[in-house]
Each structure stands twice: as structure tokens, then as C-alpha cells.
Design a protein around this ligand. Sequence first.
Ligand SMILES: [Zn+2]
Length: 135
Amino acid sequence: MDQGENAPDFWTCLMRGWRGRCPRCGEGSLFSSFLKMRSHCPACELALEPFRADDAPAYFTIFIVGHIVVPMVLALEKYGGQPPLWVHAALWLPLSVVLALFLLPRIKGAVIALLWAHRIAAPKPSTTGSYDPSA
Ligand SMILES: [Zn+2]
């Protein structure tokens, strides 16, 4: 990994990733569409492909959205006079979707930046088709 002497600090990397920007230069966009990662940073040519977030962004998004929405559901049940289920559905389903759509690309960018900052790259696929952990 070509992080070099002037590599930005961890929190700068994380904030750049949160904003969907390249963790190294902060200029190029990480994504070519909503969640599709670019193979390289368009500004500094950093190879982004080895830094695969996989399921981590979805996991963290579900974790955070759940910890925001579930206490609100319980609070409404306890202090809101136990409204009918359609009220819960009308409130929490859209809120959950909006929160997830807001957080998912930001968390994915932050996870990619975290992987880059800690040099956690996926192994290169081998040309023989077998797994080569040294590659
Ligand atoms: Zn860059």
C-alpha cells in the first residue's frame, strides 16, 4: 500500500470516507453510483479495489438504526398511550428506511477508509484459481 510519509491521520481518513471521498487525497469520489465503489480514486489513482467493505456497512447500519428506532418505539408505547399498530408502521418504517439510506453510503465510505488506514487489503485473486494467502 502506498500510504507514504504524508499519509493523513486516522480521523481525517475516517471523515473523508464518511463524506464518500478518497481516504488518501480527500478529493476523488469513492463511489460511481449510490453504493458502487470505484476501482481507483479519480484524483490520486489510489487502488480502491483491495479494500472491500463486504457486509460490514450493512451490519453497522442495521446496528445503529436499530439502536435509534427501537428505543423510540418503546418510548412511544410507554409514554404515548399505546397507539395502534398502523401508527407505529407509519412512523418507524419510513424513518428506518430514510436512516438506513442516509447512513449506508457514509458508513461504507468510513469502513473503506478504515481498511485503507490500517492497510487491511483483501488478498489478490490468484491466476490459477486457488487461494493464495501470500498474494
Ligand atoms: Zn484519492
